[in-house]
Design a protein around this ligand. Structure first.
Ligand code: SAM
Length: 236
């Protein structure tokens, strides 16, 4: 008999961040075509109050494009003193990850189904995050599709805005060309300064990887390009 892959919505509700915000922030876009144009400016804003969302004032870290949620699961278990927010454009990944969190009763994670390019400017207050994590963003291989990439100058500027001074941006990709683009964009952002990237450790078991994609690529023997930047005191 096939195992039920996700719990009923009522049980997942505590993990799902404000459904209507997800929709406002662009989750309706068809990411397979990516053709829905982004508004040139973000018209309305409804910033989240993290203390209200989590019911405490612990520091908050955000992961962009969490996929099947391995990073959030591991990080939230290891750091109950930190709150984690995931933003993922694909609804089935949001529900899949919420199921994994609910089965473990993890209370320090919330998941939004949204396009991060709209979610950050609309929903996240300036200097409100301790860290932003973005692991293995879709490379969109074809040149004519590069405009669909999440990691752009605008995205980096948004990260600089939402990180508090001393907050960190962590990124990784298996695509050398994209890694070069990402570090050039990060180096060009005056409010961020590079830190030494984390060293690669040998996994102790099959879930001991940063993310699902990291596991896949490391098992294929691919090199992983890692980046870590710190938000400086002032924005410029
Ligand atoms: C290559 S997968 C990597 C998933 C995960 N980070 C990992 O390393 O296993 C990229 C993820 O980013 C999500 N994504 C793509 N564009 C996005 C956007 N604009 N906003 C939020 N998530 C996005 C995709 O749905 C997908 O889950």
């Amino acid at each position: 008999m096939r195992r039920r892959s996700r719990l009923p919505l009522e049980q997942l509700a505590p993990y799902l961040l404000a459904e209507e915000r997800g929709r406002q922030a662009g989750s309706e876009r068809d990411r397979t075509t990516g053709e829905t144009p982004l508004p040139s400016s973000v018209a309305s804003s409804s910033l989240l109050d993290w203390r209200e969302v989590f019911g405490n004032n612990h520091p908050v870290e955000l992961e962009v494009g969490f996929g099947k949620g391995l990073f959030l699961l591991t990080a939230a278990q290891a750091h109950p003193e930190i709150n984690f927010v995931g933003v993922e454009i694909v609804r089935k990944y949001q529900l899949f990850t919420a199921t994994r969190l609910a089965k473990r009763g993890l209370g320090n994670v919330r998941l939004a189904c949204a396009d991060v390019r709209l979610f950050l400017p609309r929903c996240v207050a300036a200097a409100s995050l301790q860290a932003v994590h973005i692991y293995f963003p879709d490379p969109w291989w074809k040149k004519r599709h590069h405009k669909r990439r999440v990691f752009t100058a605008e995205f980096v500027a948004e990260c600089a805005r939402v990180l508090r001074p001393g907050g960190q941006l962590h990124a990784a990709t298996d695509v050398e060309e994209y890694a070069a683009v990402m570090s050039a964009l990060l180096d060009a952002q005056p409010a961020l300064r590079p830190l030494p990237p984390p060293s690669e450790k040998e996994p102790l078991h099959d879930l001991d990887y940063l993310t699902n994609f990291e596991r896949k690529f490391r098992k294929q023997g691919k090199p992983i390009f890692r980046m870590r930047y710190e938000r400086s005191e002032s924005l410029s």
